[in-house]
Design a binder for this molecule. Sequence first.
Ligand SMILES: [Zn+2]
Ligand SMILES: [Zn+2]
Length: 208
Amino acid sequence: MELYEQLHRSIESLDIKVEIDLEKGRYPLIDSIENIGDLAGKASEILRSIGVETSEGEIVESLRKKGEDELGSLASYLLRRIVFRGIRERVRDLGWSYGICPVCGLIPIAAISKKIPHGFFAQSKLELRCLCGFSWIYDAFRCPSCDNRARDRFEVIMINSLKIQRCLSCSHMVAIVDEAPSMSGDLVHVVASYSMARLFGEEGGGDR
Ligand SMILES: [Zn+2]
Ligand SMILES: [Zn+2]
């Protein structure tokens, strides 16, 4: 946790210029960034500051890998955050409605449960939170991975105040926390992935 907070502070203090033509409307945006190498360089500097040596090339490469090692996931996490940090003002009013993140192309595994006013009632919605920092409003029982919308095709697992909603069609999981001012939105996904790792740790062959 402290490591992530330290990384967030480092990212916030960066002066980031993302060169991208948003008018092209090609998603995920991370694939059409012209100076992705420079951004990876910044990620590499941050990693060096915590004693990890990696090259820009390895960091860019880490975006493509699935089921990567811990270092690879830290590198891809950092680069995604840096990209989002660089374009967040420009994507604020994007009006996104798909399950996949428009910025970095991941399918979110964390969400905050929200009550949205709807006429006389309040509607339960999810605010999907991508690892990169982008977030958007989404239907509560709709799988961001396979678009399953049948309520009885979800299984819900509770761990303390965390609700894990697993899609029975494709097994994608989203960890949902209730809207709470005590938890920074940026940390929701960290909590979510740790809880899931704990829950399904045996399958991942974890050695932590
Ligand atoms: Zn993203
Ligand atoms: Zn699904």
